[in-house]
Design a protein around this ligand. Structure first.
Ligand code: MG
Ligand code: MG
Length: 257
């Protein structure tokens, strides 16, 4: 069952999302060669707790960390390690928070140092996919319209759209109904209505859409070892239109964009 939210609930969810946004801004400041995923993880945990919130992923489904940090061919769910980032890496950082009982959950893929032009292109197109998906989240449209828009744009560039992992409803639970796939057919799925709160999160691969899970049972990697990108926002449907509760502004500010 989809749990539609009241305006009051949506305001709390905006706070939860913004705590994640500020955390990602802090991560952006430190995203350099030589920095380790574990360092960022501790930084994020301390910051989230300082905001009267708790890390949203830590302990959930047995997750051992505050951030999920996925490097290069890692798609999502990478566990923070002591291996320093290297020049040319791309690093997807996914972060959750719980504030007053509601979840925020969003993600950004960062560039470390000098990234190859074809990899930069993957990041650019994946971010475009995110916003094209968001545009479709209007009252009267259907859930698969979101994935349809994402898939069209990604495949136009020859990229693979991950099928095994999807976006989702968001609220008092990290994963609520409905599932929000990054692929789909126009006009299919549940009708979108006011009060819907979802995380839209395209996971786009430079090569094959196929993915595998590593032996740590967490890290998802591309089957062909080619890079993958991931961008995620939290959305509420208000007055028929999608409202983005999270923001990349703190990241852009940190990166001087
Ligand atoms: Mg996420
Ligand atoms: Mg999510």
């Amino acid at each position: 069952m989809i749990k539609y939210k009241t305006p009051q609930e949506i305001e709390i969810m905006r706070e939860a999302a913004q705590i994640v946004s500020r955390t990602l801004g802090l991560v952006a400041k430190h995203m350099k060669p030589g920095v380790t995923p574990k360092f960022l993880d501790q930084l994020a945990e301390d910051y989230i707790r300082s905001q009267n919130a708790i890390p949203g992923f830590l302990g959930l489904y047995g997750c051992p960390s505050t951030l999920l940090i996925s490097v290069n061919e890692q798609v999502v769910h990478g566990l923070p390690t002591d291996r320093p980032f290297q020049d040319g890496d791309i690093v997807s950082v996914d972060c959750g928070s719980v504030y007053k009982g509601y979840y925020g959950d969003h993600a950004y893929t960062f560039e470390v140092g000098d990234v190859k032009p074809e990899v930069k292109k993957l990041l650019e197109v994946t971010k475009e996919c995110l916003y094209l998906g968001i545009e479709q989240a209007t009252a009267g449209n259907r859930i698969e319209d979101i994935g349809w828009a994402i898939q069209q744009h990604a495949e136009k560039h020859g990229y693979g759209v991950v099928r095994d992992l999807v976006g989702h409803g968001l609220g008092k639970e990290l994963h609520e109904e409905p599932q929000v796939p990054n692929y789909g057919r126009r006009g299919r799925g549940k009708k979108i209505q006011n009060g819907l709160t979802i995380a839209i999160e395209p996971m786009i691969n430079m090569g094959t859409e196929k993915v595998m899970t590593l032996d740590d049972k967490w890290t998802i990697v591309t089957a062909d070892g080619k890079p993958s990108a991931h961008f995620e926002h939290d959305i509420a449907v208000v007055d028929g239109e999608p409202v983005i509760l999270s923001t990349f502004d703190f990241i852009y500010e940190a990166l001087g964009k």
